[in-house]
Design a protein around this ligand. Structure first.
Ligand code: PLP
Length: 427
């Protein structure tokens, strides 16, 4: 129709260039349900990417609890709402006993930012360690520990460690992977001390998503955790990706590795789409910090978002989400591996539960060619109604991370679309 602005043009006109879109043909959303995103043309797209709606898009129970609370009252944490402390206790009961205090924020970035402040204040040091392709958020301080966003703001107060990819991909055959990781961390601690900023702590995504998805061998975080402890630093487990059952066997990624962090970051899945995130930590760290600094976050932990978060825990229990993640996740990884290799691609499929990384680095001669292949696969799947994305320092890893209510029939749908896509791309 002449004279009408398309949704894409309207977006470009109103929003700055920092906003990016997924896919060659971006998705214009009409509505969502379960594991489906319906676009404005009426096409259902299978969501194999979003980790926020863990208990399903537009979940009825979450919607009902949120609406009821919104109709009743919604101010902030300077008034007493019993539901806020009740939810905090329920959440903390899912953690090791030492982690028994919670501060609510609106985003993962805010929780990470606060964790950095706590670590720096409590140790009296400034230096932080992050992995070399990490992502932890958008504020100035979190951008500085997010080299995957850019290295522009990574300053002298941050030391980066490369994930020991080779040791980790050999999986359980490589019990030294954790030791190698810890050796790199000790080196980074030394670097920070040599720079004069000292060592305040380390932050690490517990499934190393943006570094390319590294989950095995189980336990490889333990030597890293020990290296941080023995140098007097604060270990911050970022569970924005791995938390709330993503790994299937455990509620938290750190638990799967058998470690207890000092501080934990929760985010995305916590409210199934409502803006709620948290910093969970030890009483020693959070109460001591709190004695000096007041923390007030206008929207953080408001009763509407708390209702959403509480409803998410209800649904995780009611739907036995973790058992589904284990069973469906295994099918997903097996299917990915079988389909990629059936098309003659040199692929490694990593992951656990419902986070999978299909590494195609070795599938082509150069990283640039592998990245181009990954981009083609992601777009080819989108054209066939299946939404995934890519990750890793070279962009050569397929990132497959559906809502946790994903079912075996959905896995079949993914594999059939992948098979068709690869047939088109490799013949
Ligand atoms: C591991 C990790 N930490 C922190 C964040 C930041 O969370 P938010 O976007 O809610 O600020 C993200 C977001 O993608 C993340 O993946």
């Amino acid at each position: 129709m002449t004279g009408e602005t398309s949704p894409l043009d309207a977006r470009r006109a109103a929003l700055p260039s920092s906003y990016r879109l997924f896919y060659e043909h971006p998705v214009v959303v009409d509505h969502t349900e379960g594991v489906w995103i319906h676009d404005v043309t009426g096409t259902p797209l299978l969501d194999v990417y979003n980790n926020v709606p863990v208990v399903g898009h537009s979940n009825a129970h979450v919607t009902e609890r949120v609406s009821a609370q919104l109709r009743t009252a919604n101010t902030h944490t300077r008034y007493v709402y019993p539901a806020v402390a009740e939810y905090a206790s329920r959440l903390e009961s899912l953690f090791p006993a030492a982690l028994n205090k919670t501060i609510f924020t609106c985003s993962g970035s805010e929780a990470v930012d606060l964790a950095l402040q706590v670590a720096r204040f409590m140790t009296g040091k400034e230096g932080m360690i992050a992995t070399s392709h990490a992502y932890h958020g958008t504020t100035a301080a979190t951008h500085a520990v997010s080299p995957s966003l850019s290295r522009h703001f990574v300053d002298d107060r941050v030391a980066l460690v490369d994930v020991p990819e080779e040791a980790l991909v050999s999986g359980n055959l490589s019990p030294d992977a954790g030791e190698e990781f810890a050796r790199r961390v000790r080196e980074a601690i030394f670097t920070l001390e040599a720079r004069g900023v000292g060592f305040a702590g380390l932050i690490m995504d517990q499934v190393l998503t943006s570094d390319g998805v590294f989950t095995d061998p189980v336990g490889f975080m333990a030597p890293v955790r020990e290296a941080v402890r023995s140098a007097g630093g604060v270990f911050i487990a970022d569970e924005v990706q791995s938390g709330f059952g993503r790994t299937g066997t455990h509620m938290w990624g750190f638990d799967r590795h058998g470690i207890v962090p000092d501080l934990v970051i929760l985010g995305k899945p916590m409210g199934n789409g409502l803006p709620i995130a948290a910093l969970v930590g030890t009483e020693e760290l959070l109460n001591s910090y709190g004695e000096t600094f007041r923390y007030f976050n206008t929207f953080g932990g408001n009763p509407v978002c708390i209702a959403a978060a509480d409803a998410v825990l209800d649904e995780i229990e009611r739907l036995d989400v973790l058992a589904n993640v284990v069973a469906t996740g295994a099918l997903l990884r097996e299917g990915l591996s079988a389909t990629l290799t059936a098309h003659g691609l040199a692929a490694t499929v990593r992951g656990t539960g419902l986070i999978a990384g299909g590494d195609l680095t070795a599938a082509r001669e150069t990283p640039a060619e592998s990245k181009a292949l990954v981009v083609d696969i992601v777009n080819g799947l989108r054209e066939r109604g299946v939404l995934i994305s890519s990750t890793g320092p070279r962009g050569t890893v397929l990132k497959v991370r559906p809502p946790l209510v994903f079912q075996p029939e959905h896995v079949e749908r993914v594999m059939s679309a992948l098979d068709d896509t690869l047939t088109e791309l490799t013949t």
